[in-house]
Design a protein around this ligand. Structure first.
Ligand code: HEC
Length: 124
């Protein structure tokens, strides 16, 4: 029933990391129960043309049509440099910070959107 001190250290470390990297983090360590869904999404083949429609309708309000960021961070640099498909899927499904969850999108819609973000906006 005792909590090993190691867990506390990990918590503190995670908090520090989150603070340091909040602008463009690759922190996908927060497996809020959607890891399986994110993995499923990562296994789908995304359609970039369909993804653009979903992106423009759903994401562009905060991340801008060209992905360079406004209310939300710049996805061109983040999606390219830091984030795996699974990590982006986790953000979309769970939300992150002030970004709401978009779990009502279908797995295929999310896969399409990520394919567009990583393939077109971030230029592969
Ligand atoms: C209401 C505004 C809003 C909308 C709409 C929105 N986002 Fe976000 N997004 C944010 C904010 C704000 C953050 C930063 C969250 C944080 O870490 O505090 C963020 C973070 C992200 C991140 C993580 C970036 C990083 O480096 O941590 C990704 C990826 C992302 N959004 C993708 C999307 C996608 C894809 C969509 C459309 C399905 C979307 N967002 C829709 C506001 C939004």
């Amino acid at each position: 029933m005792s909590t090993p001190p190691r867990h506390l250290a990990v918590l503190v470390l995670t908090a520090c990391l989150a603070l340091t990297l909040s602008a463009c983090s690759s922190d996908d360590g927060d497996d809020g129960g959607s890891t399986t869904r994110a993995t499923t999404i990562a296994g789908l083949k995304g359609d970039q043309t369909a993804g653009k429609t979903t992106y423009d309708n759903t994401c562009a309000a905060c991340h801008k049509v060209d992905g360079t960021g406004d209310i939300g961070p710049n996805l061109v640099t983040c999606a390219k440099a830091a984030l795996t498909v699974t990590a982006v899927a986790t953000v979309v499904v769970d939300g992150q910070g002030t970004m709401p969850s978009y779990s009502t999108l279908t797995d295929q819609d999310i896969a399409n959107t990520i394919s567009y973000v990583k393939g077109q906006l971030a230029g592969k």
